[in-house]
Design a protein around this ligand. Structure first.
Ligand SMILES: NC(=O)C1=CN([C@@H]2O[C@H](COP(=O)(O)OP(=O)(O)OC[C@H]3O[C@@H](n4cnc5c(N)ncnc54)[C@H](O)[C@@H]3O)[C@@H](O)[C@H]2O)C=CC1
Ligand SMILES: CC(=O)[C@H](N)C(=O)O
Length: 410
């Protein structure tokens, strides 16, 4: 894989190229508009390539960037920095945003070197090293690349954080504070996800609303409550366009989970397809909110592009469906692998799962910015099974399995 960095001198050319070759059009109103307004794809769409789906023109309605972002006059698409960009979510978001805004307008950053087997759709797009705890380095990237939006994905997830609390505090708290300060000084839109882990043992279990008791007892949860509160503070006090959603556990086929409590829901498919058995680190009835990655990424883009004036709050629950290990195992056994055997050896992650909600209420996200998931449990299991089975058929040698998350938290 060859990676190039985009220098500021190349930016105007990059923008022109983007406008010419992608879906951007110069409108009579004197603004670049995106001829494909964000459209939530139907389930049927999912058989076609994501990039193709997002670049098909539907000229009837047009998105003027001026209405959705901090861009002056809406004269160009946003330039986006994704921190933690090589993680489970960053790669998928970058693939979609690069199809939508132009490859050079989406800068990926991380502290690890991109592995050629990662499913990066545009490997020649800009990639930079950025430790989010290093403020001057982050500022340099924001200035050099003339960044407008930061999607701040760098974080240690629940299980990894619990094993290394000091590091989690540093990365999750210092990293976010750095991004917020940059947003204040350089007028950036900041999206930083929160999680179901921002709730705790005293939160109600079911149909959990946006505003409720939040007293998590994990380091991860504590750092995410800090994210929510500090982001809201910067919004109120300094007018920073801070946005956050509480993601549930996200399931993906071609990117691996980073060491969380919900990782079993991906591992189970790898092990079922390879060995027809799985030992789960949560109890059979540990029901948690879950979502397929396409819904997560589509919803995130929809939220990023929503006019700020439409948002009645800065942090939203975002839900698709909920299931427990025994429920997903039953579907696998019934529909895909009759001989599949599931056993249970709950570890410290069970104690974390017990403090998280089983179901979320996301009415406000649906009302304010039109959030709708496409897939519920049966659909999620179907795309996971088919997608991972396909991976093993196509290129088994390159697949790192679900054991990765076990190793990370050992
Ligand atoms: N994947 C999920 O199920 C959920 C994720 N989230 C949140 O979404 C965000 C992204 O999550 P994932 O992609 O799943 O995580 P991940 O663990 O797969 O990726 C995180 C990335 O951050 C990078 N990173 C670690 N320390 C760093 C540092 N000091 N500087 C810069 N980068 C650093 C890692 O190298 C990694 O590539 C996180 O904030 C997470 O809390 C929230 C709920 C669910
Ligand atoms: C739900 C999350 O935040 C993440 N997947 C984790 O399990 O830590």
């Amino acid at each position: 894989m060859v990676l190039v960095s985009l220098t500021p001198r190349r930016l105007p050319l990059a923008i022109l190229r983007t406008a010419a070759s992608h879906q951007l059009r110069w409108s009579s109103a004197g603004a670049y508009t995106l001829s494909t307004p964000f459209r939530r794809p139907s389930t049927a769409d999912r058989s076609t390539a994501a990039a193709k789906r997002l670049t098909q023109a539907t000229p009837a309605t047009r998105l003027n960037f001026a209405s959705v972002s901090n861009l002056k006059g809406g004269v160009r698409p946003p330039r986006v920095l994704i921190t933690g960009g090589l993680g489970q979510l960053g790669i998928s978001l970058a693939n979609q945003l690069r199809s939508r805004y132009g490859v050079d307008n989406v800068v990926l950053s991380d502290v690890r070197k991109p592995d050629p087997t990662l499913p990066i759709a545009h490997p020649l797009g800009p990639f930079v090293y950025a430790d989010v705890t290093n403020y001057p380095l982050l500022e340099r990237i924001v200035v050099d690349f003339q960044i407008d939006w930061v999607v701040h994905y760098s974080a240690l997830l629940s299980a990894v954080a619990e094993k290394n609390p000091a590091r989690a505090l540093h990365v999750n708290i210092q990293g976010f504070q750095n991004v917020l300060e940059l947003a204040r000084l350089h007028k950036l839109l900041v999206f930083c996800p929160s999680t179901i882990g921002a709730f705790g043992p005293s939160t109600p279990k079911d149909n959990v609303p946006d505003i409720t008791i939040q007293k998590p007892n994990t380091i991860y949860g504590i750092t995410k409550v800090h994210t929510e509160l500090l982001g809201e503070y910067y919004h109120e006090k300094f007018g920073v366009d801070f946005r956050s959603v509480r993601y549930p556990g996200i399931l993906s086929t071609d990117t691996l989970p980073g060491g969380g409590t919900t990782d079993y829901a991906i591992d189970i498919f790898h092990q079922a397809i390879k060995a027809n058995r799985y030992e789960c680190f949560l109890n059979p009835d540990a029901k948690l909110p879950m979502m397929y990655i396409d819904d997560c990424i589509d919803g995130t883009i929809q939220f990023l592009e929503a006019p700020s004036s439409q948002l009645t709050q800065r942090v939203y629950n975002m839900s698709a469906d909920s299931f427990s290990p025994e429920e997903v195992a039953a579907i696998i056994k019934q529909k895909y692998a009759p001989g599949f055997e599931m056993s249970y050896a709950p570890d410290f992650r069970q104690a974390i799962a017990e403090t998280w909600p089983a179901t979320l209420n996301d009415d406000a996200a649906r009302r304010d910015w039109g959030w709708r998931p496409n897939l519920t449990t049966d659909g999620i299991v179907e795309v996971m099974w088919n997608g991972i089975a396909q991976l093993y058929k196509a290129k088994p040698a390159t697949i790192q399995t679900g054991a990765v998350s076990q190793a990370q938290v050992a």
